[in-house]
Write a protein that binds this ligand. Sequence first.
Ligand code: USQ
Length: 389
Amino acid sequence: MRVLILGVDGYIGWALAQKLAAKGYDLYGADNFITRKRVREVGSDSVLPVPQISKRLLSFKDHYGKAIKFFRGNVADPEFLYKVFKEVKPDAVYHLAEQRSAPYSMIGLKQANETMTGNLVSTINLIYASKDINPDVHIIKLGTMGEYGTPNIDITEGFFDVEFRGRKDTLPFPRNASSWYHWSKVHDSNNLMFANRLWKLKITDVMQGVVYGTATKEIAHSNLYTRFDIDEVWGTALNRFAAQAVSGLPITPYGKGDQKRGFLSLEDSVSCLTIALEKPPNEGEYRVLNQFDQYYSVNYLARTVKEAYKEVTGNDARIEHVENPRIEAEEHYYNPDHDKLHNLGYRPSGELKGDVTKIIEDLIEHREKCIELKEVVMPKTLWRKSSGL
Ligand code: USQ
């Protein structure tokens, strides 16, 4: 089976490639290294060292005995994507090549535009390349649980049954995102749904929660590391909290800290994405999967990191609520469904405390790097101050 990973150089892409290589798939990858560039632009870097792609690909081939055929380019460039599609003729394609940071999208107009155009255009290109070159391809597209927002009702997986003024229908579950990044994913979902209606493309739209973790079981040594970001723009909640504890900075729940999100480990993320591949939707189906293990409040995560850090090091980490840089609900109801992946065979690989302990142990080996990045960890990107021209 020929599998193409768009965004193979990224946090999830690189770990996914290794999961699929271990299972013997023929792998093709594309990337334009824009995440590396944008991370450098905010003065940051991956805490785990990630070599240049040529070295990465060599280590990969040495370890798995099979190379990834790599294409350098931008998925938002239709000519590039058509060329890759014609050469690869993939049976399945993962689209992980979008701008993935909510804070980045909120820095200002330039970043908002980059997020909207890059993300939406790349998905439209993928839709057209699939229809024109390989209409049987299975598109697995990374969306986000943040598309739904935090409504005061249960969240279903993609669609819900509604009765209104005496009439019934099944409709897309309302989306109510809270950054330009999250809205770009909503617009992608709408476009994918419409593409499916137009041309019966086979699509899995993954509503993924926040991913945490330093490694997966395939990542056997440092040459195979995936990236790990901790700064205020590119780092995400739990990964940041662990790094904050390790570098002696306060752990920073934003505002009241009672905002809840679905979380899953990197190991589980790539397992779920593999399940999506191996248990595809029916021909012509548009399928939505809510992909997370459990939901937690940010406060609960902060406490768990504090406890785990104490157990590992004997030292105390400090929790310090900081003013919320975002505009979001800080206390709310949250109860999203996540049954479909379980029904397809997903079982979580670990539990939160053990996962957090492992992250802390791994980061202690890179404590110097965490300390070096201290200046870019505390939040600076304010939603209310997003700059214009
Ligand atoms: N948060 C804190 N303190 C921090 C960092 C974050 O309290 O130091 C809070 C945020 O205010 C937010 C929650 O933690 O309420 C999640 O923030 P995050 O930065 O971990 O994640 P988010 O910006 O939502 O985006 C991340 C990924 C994105 C993915 C999304 C899944 O960057 O690519 O789509 O998680 S979800 O959150 O379910 O939409």
